[in-house]
Design a protein around this ligand. Structure first.
Ligand SMILES: Nc1ncnc2c1ncn2[C@@H]1O[C@H](COP(=O)(O)OP(=O)(O)OP(=O)(O)O)[C@@H](O)[C@H]1O
Length: 512
């Protein structure tokens, strides 16, 4: 939606907005004009973005209000040196200036230029000066946003601002969306050149399009390629639409990824990881993991970090089983030491009849259906975090559905052996049985995806420094609620306590 056409009137230099005085306009975007500004108190530099509200259709006014609400709320919640800060919001009072009276003014940190300006001024084919530092800063800002539960949704060079003292700020949070569990909703804005391929096959619902942090990771991959080549897009095409079609052909497997050969190998690999063809394959490459890799590259440390790709190992193994093409598949699937590895190495069967079950394994005389055991064992062993064991998955499945593949709870929109809500399943789905389809009613698909999801929850809770001794209970609670709910409550939410206790009882029986 483009709210205005034609040149916008500007507020005059010297105009006061709260405790700030405006200077010359810096530039204009779809929603308004950005001005230089100074604090009246000490003359320190700021920028003020003036968003016109006149001549907006009611729907556009609502969209603008929502944009401002997000921008301000985000700025309040996610304070970080790599995120531009909105210091104040004012309503412009200028009855003598029709078109600007009632406009909304956002007072922000002042940048010198945008990353797009730098790309435009650099000869294509070479990295922009300080490329690594810029990328590290962007990854750090993004990691902070994601950890705070937000998706940026419009990451591109024009939205990276560079300050006079070398600051690198992510900006333009008008489209930023708050995560609800695994995904967020954003209005259908975004920029064609940086949208992930899966975006094109999604329908826009009443609340907008579903976005996940992995959409930002794709955009980061495009941006990193641009920064490392001074502006070249990783997909060929003379127009943004042609490039988007090329990205979709690549994601369908019709054409390989062809990155600029001039990019140094480790950085090419990092870009390729970000441009993994689908959400699930991109999942291991979190913004924080990318930041750490960029730190290593800048410090001259090469090769994959051992500690980072835990979920990568999960996905590498699971997707390799399913025959999926993985851009990042050269990472060996890490395994836990000890008896669990031995069990999986012997064809993922449970322990021999009569032998005591190893810790976390499913005992031979348990009520877990024979046919499900290899699936559960294999799925659990994909996760390298020690809390996620076959016994835990079995206990969860028993509590969720009583191992009934056709279980259904339509009133809460939960179906199948792992009681997936179909829309949430789609955000994580893995093809556990390798039949080319990801189906929440297929036990191998549902259980493999459950293992991936609880593995991720476990890591989220560790990152959030929740007590280690409670992790199993918290993961079970997270599966019934969301990572965010559990982190906010820093414990098992009261409403799911009976369910969690039931799972822990079953688990204790399997581990007896
Ligand atoms: N805080 C800031 N400090 C300095 N310049 C800024 C700041 N914020 C934006 N700008 C510059 O002002 C101009 C207009 O920015 P604005 O965010 O309104 O639009 P845009 O990002 O170019 O486009 P759109 O918002 O329509 O996608 C751009 O050149 C941008 O680089």
């Amino acid at each position: 939606m483009t709210p205005h056409t034609g040149p916008s009137p500007h507020l005059p230099a010297g105009f006061r907005v709260g405790d700030w005085e405006l200077g010359a306009p810096i530039g204009s975007g779809a929603w308004g004009t950005v001005h230089e500004a100074r604090a009246l108190a000490d003359g320190s530099p700021f920028a003020v973005k003036v968003l016109r509200t006149d001549a907006l259709a009611p729907g556009q006014r609502a969209a603008l209000d929502e944009l401002v609400r997000r921008e301000v709320r985000f700025s309040r919640e996610a304070d970080h040196p790599n995120l531009v800060r909105t210091h104040a919001v004012h309503t412009v009072e200028a009855p003598e200036l029709p078109g600007l009276d009632g406009a909304i003014a956002l007072v922000m940190d002042r940048a010198e230029r945008s990353l797009q300006d730098v790309l435009d001024a650099t000869e294509p084919g070479r990295g922009v000066p300080g490329a690594d530092r810029v990328l590290r800063s962007v990854a750090a800002g993004l990691a902070h946003m994601h950890a705070a539960g937000w998706v940026h949704g419009d990451l591109k060079p024009a939205n990276i601002l560079l300050g006079a003292e070398g600051q690198v700020w992510l900006a333009d949070f008008g489209v930023a969306s708050e995560l609800e569990g695994t995904h967020a909703h954003m209005p259908p804005l975004g920029t064609l050149d940086h949208l992930p391929p899966e975006w094109w096959s999604q329908r826009t619902g009443a609340r907008g399009t579903v976005v996940r942090p992995t959409a930002d990771i794709w955009a980061f991959g495009v941006l990193a390629h641009q920064v490392l080549t001074a502006g070249l897009h990783p997909f060929p095409g003379a127009t943004a639409r042609a490039r988007a079609l090329a990205a979709q052909s690549y994601a369908r497997g019709s054409v390989p990824l062809r990155l600029e050969p001039g990019i140094e190998e480790e950085r090419r690999r990092l870009v390729a990881d970000c441009l993994a063809p689908d959400h699930a394959a991109r999942l291991p490459h979190t913004a924080d993991a990318l930041r750490a890799r960029l730190d290593d590259l800048s410090a001259g440390r090469r090769g994959p970090r051992r500690a980072v790709p835990v979920v990568a190992a999960v996905l590498a193994a699971v997707l390799a089983t399913a025959g999926a093409a993985l851009v990042w598949g050269d990472e060996p699937a890490a395994r836990k030491d000890g008896p669990r590895t031995a069990a999986s190495a012997t064809g993922t069967r449970g322990p021999a009849q009569g032998a005591p079950a190893a810790a976390g394994e499913i005992p031979a005389d348990s009520d877990v259906p024979e046919a499900l055991r290899p699936v559960i064992v294999k799925a659990a062993h994909r996760c390298t975090d020690e809390e996620i064991t076959p016994a835990l998955l079995a206990a969860m499945l028993k509590a969720e559905s009583g191992f009934d593949a056709d279980a259904a709870r339509p009133e809460t929109d939960e179906y199948g052996i792992a009681m997936w809500t179909p829309s949430v399943f789609r955000a994580w789905a893995l093809d556990g049985d390798g039949d080319g389809d990801k189906d929440h009613m297929s036990p191998p698909d549902a259980i493999t995806t459950m293992s991936l999801y609880v593995c991720w929850l476990d890591q989220r809770f560790k990152q959030a420094k929740l007590p280690k001794k409670d992790l199993v209970a918290l993961v079970v609670a997270g599966y019934r609620t969301s990572d965010r709910t559990v982190i906010e409550e820093r414990g098992v939410p009261e409403r799911v306590r009976p369910h969690v206790e039931k799972v822990l009882r079953y688990l204790a029986e399997y581990e007896r």
